[in-house]
Design a protein around this ligand. Structure first.
Ligand code: NAD
Ligand code: ZN
Length: 353
């Protein structure tokens, strides 16, 4: 079969590979909509998961089941499915402890385009199909549904990590697709003041539609000063970090009230240490919690979030700025993700067979 792969760090290309085999609990899926991710860019051009050779890229997709293993109960060939980016082993001890995303070791629930071939291929394997695949709701556009693989669950997980409660003042730092979904999640969890930090006009417009009450543009000065000014020097209850780097924690911890929580879903690619400002962290006694996490993955979450989309609570189609047709276009879509033109939020490739 034909597939688009990471050849080595910094290099991608089309390769031929054998169609994946189907284990007893697995499914083989043929993609009908695919989306590249910022994480694919980190993987190829920053070597974030280490060097990989001929590893098929991609972990966001919707497809049609073509084969299932003999132990799979709830899916059959012909079913349309949403595939989560994170596909844990649900019978692992880590999953039983509530940390499915770390099944088999830290971050090991993330398999596609990391420890196994990804979805940018004519066929791909989904482990633990009953636990990981989600039925595509009747009438849901497959392109929209690709946003349920990673963007929606990750943005919303940032709000879970930050433990956002009714009436909280919340700041979301970084409003790419993940941060925008965090803005929507914060709104749905009852944020009062909802500050969205960003500068691109299309992202600002969507942040407002999703429920942001204030836009903090770092081009208008320090984001910390702007947030403190807007909160009369008191700061916010919760922060979700979906953009930035190891230095972002300096601002996030400083703008947080005592007792507050930071939910970090941002990938930290550089720097030996995360910077926590000592005095602003209450000299170690400020009850300011920092929680960082990989999205949990799995079928239940994906099907619940799909229901929220069907009921109009979340409209992830707003994230899609570029549309392509045909598997061969995943290359162009990924290059867009790498080059990040200012009007890009997410590209999606749909495929007819
Ligand atoms: P993105 O690059 O499209 O968006 C990040 C945004 O943050 C950009 O608009 C950028 O301009 C902005 N930004 C950068 N530095 C900033 C700063 N100092 N202050 C404010 N804004 C800043 O990426 P994305 O697709 O939205 O993903 C966001 C992050 O989430 C990435 O690091 C990605 O790897 C990570 N991610 C994590 C998970 C997870 O499970 N935890 C899953 C998917 C993606
Ligand atoms: Zn992704």
């Amino acid at each position: 079969m034909k597939a688009f792969a990471m050849l080595k760090i910094g290099e991608t290309g089309w390769i031929e590979k054998d169609r994946p085999k189907c284990g007893p609990m697995d499914a083989i899926v043929r993609p009908i909509a695919l989306a590249p991710c910022t994480s694919d860019v980190h993987t190829v051009w920053e070597g974030s998961v280490g060097d990989r050779h001929n590893l098929i890229l991609g972990h966001e997709g919707v497809g049609e089941v073509v084969e299932v293993g003999e132990l799979v109960k709830d899916f059959k060939p012909g079913d349309k499915v949403i595939v989560p980016a994170i596909t844990p082993d649900w019978n692992s001890l880590e999953a039983q402890a509530g940390y499915s995303m770390h099944s088999g070791g830290m971050l090991n629930g993330w398999k596609f385009s990391n420890t196994k071939d990804g979805v940018f291929a004519e066929f791909f394997n989904v482990n633990d199909a009953d636990g990981n695949l989600a039925h595509l709701p009747e009438g849901m556009d497959p392109a929209t549904a690709t946003m349920l693989s990673d963007m929606v669950p990750t943005g919303l997980h940032g709000c879970e990590l930050a433990n956002i409660e009714y009436g909280d003042k919340v700041c979301v730092i970084g409003i790419g697709p993940v941060g925008l979904m965090a803005v929507r999640g914060a709104y749905l969890r009852g944020a009062s003041d909802l500050f969205a930090v960003g500068s691109r006009q299309n992202c600002i417009d969507i942040a407002k539609e999703y429920g942001a009450t204030d836009i903090i543009n770092y081009k208008n000065g320090s984001i910390l000063e702007q947030v403190m000014e807007k909160t009369n020097g008191k700061g916010v209850d919760k922060v979700v970090i979906a953009g930035g780097d190891v230095d972002t924690f300096i601002e996030a911890v400083t703008m947080l009230k005592p007792g507050g929580t930071i939910g970090n879903i941002n990938y930290l690619g550089d720097g030996e240490f995360v910077k926590i400002p000592r005095a602003e962290w209450g000299v170690g006694m400020g009850h300011k919690t920092i929680a960082g996490g990989l999205m949990p993955g799995g079928r239940l979450r994906m099907e619940k979030l799909a229901d929220m989309v069907m009921k109009g609570r979340i409209d992830p189609s707003r994230l899609i700025t570029h549309r392509f047709e045909g598997l061969d276009k995943v290359e162009e879509a990924l290059m867009l993700m790498k080059d990040k033109p200012r009007d890009l939020i997410k590209p999606v490739v749909t495929i007819k067979w």
